[in-house]
Every structure is written in structure tokens, then in C-alpha cells.
Design a protein around this ligand. Structure first.
Ligand SMILES: [Zn+2]
Length: 284
């Protein structure tokens, strides 16, 4: 599932190609992409308008058109954006055509991805603020802020990191990598982390995300960049997807267990298990 680094990878590649271009035509072959609105309601108002900026918030990619019209795209599980895709590319759900004769295709085998239109900055902010917490590369992302958000929480810290309403953009891969680097067990209660652990986790979340962006994201299943190439962060995972391998720090075994309902990778020598934690091992 694309996380912040994968969406940011697409944004960085797409911005110079899209900014300043005018939408001239579109075709939506799967109306579920814009449901419950009709495709014409979402894309019709954008025809004849130029893309001023391409932004990202959490895992949303936002094309800001003239007159404060915003097209929000979310890739969800298996969505990909392709630039100048072959005609008839499989799983194409929507194609946007621009005045330079280039096209942007939204392809998505599992069809959970979405396209949505919002008008005006206030509506955009309200929509995003209702769904997304602090942005990891913003000034508000501090150890103290995270500690305050987690105060009293008995949820495992992994669940806390994955909650988009608290922290925007972190998913399964980057949560595992950040927790390992901070030597914090994913099942530790979020409300019980120390100030020092939150400071460290703040840094390691940013580190893991930055490395992901530098590697053009991770392609463990479907993610491809704008030109259909795979990211390479999966080659640099320290623990994620490395069950049975040796921990790169201590040489102990990397294990897979269940945390926050997700397959989670951990070295329990580096990340001591909290007392009383119920461990559910996973074999695959
Ligand atoms: Zn270790």
C-alpha cells in the first residue's frame, strides 16, 4: 500500500510535468473512482483550467487547479498514476488529457483508489483536517507533540503510528522501520513511552520516510512510479519483511508478529518486549 514516500515520489516526478498545464479532456471508465459523485461532477469543472501546483498531504495527492479547485487523488491499496501510459493499459480507471498532449492515467486493480473535487481553500483544509493529523515533515511534528497526542493511550504504539488522524502518511512499512530504529517494541502502550523515546521516534519516523523518498519509495507489491519503474526502498528494509533473517544491529532473529492487526517485524533483543504483552506470532 503506498505510504507517504511513495506518494511524495509521484508528486516530485509529476509536478514539473503537470504544473502550468491545462486539462482539456478526460475519460473515466470506472465511475467508482469518483463515487458517490458522477465523474462529470468531479472532472467537468476542471476542464479548461490549469494546474497551478501539485501538493501532498498525508497519502493524498492534490492537484491545485486555477480558481481554487482541488482534485484529490488517493491511491489506497493498489492505485498507481502513470504518465503517457500505453493505450488500453489494464485496470485503467481514469485518464486525464492535457494541453501538451500528454496524459495521466489512474490505474488500480483493486479499485479502492479515489478522485475527489473540493472548491476553495477552507473546504480543502476542513476535509483534510477531519482526516489527517500532523504531517511528519512539518514543524509541529515534535516529540513533545507526539507525547501529548498519546497521553493516556493504551493502544500499542504501532497502532498509534498508523492512525492517520494522529500522524499523516505513516503506514505499515515505515512504522516497523521507525520503531526498530528507535528500539521501541511495537506492542508497547503508546501512553507509556518516555519523553526520550518520543524524541527518538520523532527522528526515526522522519529518517525512515526520508530514506524511502530517496529510494523512490518501496515496491513490495504494486507500487510503481510515474513511469512504471519500481522503487528500491524494499532493498534497504532493516526488519520489515525480513522474518528469519539476522537483525542488522545485534544479529538476533527478526520475528514476525501481529500488532495493530498487521504483520509486524521486530527484533526483540533490540526492541524489548513489554511485560505482559500478548504475542501472536505470524509465520507468513
Ligand atoms: Zn537486534
Amino acid at each position: 500500500m503506498p505510504e507517504l514516500p511513495e506518494v511524495e515520489t509521484v508528486r516530485r516526478q509529476l509536478a514539473p510535468r503537470l504544473e502550468g498545464r491545462m486539462l482539456v479532456v478526460y475519460r473515466v471508465s470506472d465511475p467508482r473512482w469518483t463515487a458517490p459523485r458522477a465523474p462529470n461532477e468531479v472532472l467537468g469543472p476542471l476542464v479548461g483550467r490549469r494546474v497551478e501546483r501539485l501538493q501532498r498531504r498525508g497519502k493524498y495527492l492534490i492537484a491545485a487547479f486555477e480558481d481554487e479547485l482541488f482534485l484529490l487523488m488517493h491511491l489506497r491499496m493498489t492505485g498507481n498514476l502513470l504518465y503517457d501510459a500505453e493505450p488500453g493499459a489494464p485496470y485503467t480507471r481514469a485518464i486525464l488529457g492535457f494541453d501538451d498532449e500528454h496524459t495521466l492515467s489512474f490505474v488500480d486493480p483493486r479499485r479502492f483508489g479515489t478522485g475527489w473535487l473540493l472548491a476553495g481553500e477552507p473546504e480543502l483544509d476542513a476535509y483534510l483536517d477531519a482526516r489527517l493529523g500532523v504531517e511528519p515533515f512539518s514543524d509541529d511534528f515534535t516529540g513533545e507533540h507526539l507525547r501529548a497526542l498519546a497521553r493516556g493511550s493504551r493502544a500499542p504504539v504501532k497502532a498509534f503510528l498508523l492512525d492517520q488522524r494522529r500522524i499523516a502518511g505513516v503506514g505499515n512499512i515505515y512504522a516497523d522501520e521507525a520503531l526498530f530504529r528507535a528500539r521501541v517494541h511495537p506492542l508497547r502502550e503508546a501512553g507509556r513511552l518516555t519523553r526520550a523515546q518520543w524524541e527518538l521516534l520523532r527522528d526515526t519516523v522522519r529518517e525512515a520516510l526520508s530514506e524511502g523518498i530517496d529510494a523512490n519509495g518501496a515496491s513490495i507489491d504494486d507500487f510503481r512510479d510515474l513511469d512504471g519503474a519500481r522503487g528500491s526502498f524494499q532493498d534497504r528494509f532493516l526488519v520489515h519483511r525480513r522474518a528469519g533473517e539476522a537483525c542488522p544491529v545485534c544479529g538476533g532473529p527478526v520475528r514476525k508478529l501481529l500488532a495493530a492487526g498487521r504483520g509486524t517485524y521486530v527484533c526483540e533483543r533490540c526492541q524489548p518486549r513489554p511485560r505482559g504483552a500478548r504475542i501472536v506470532p505470524m509465520t507468513r
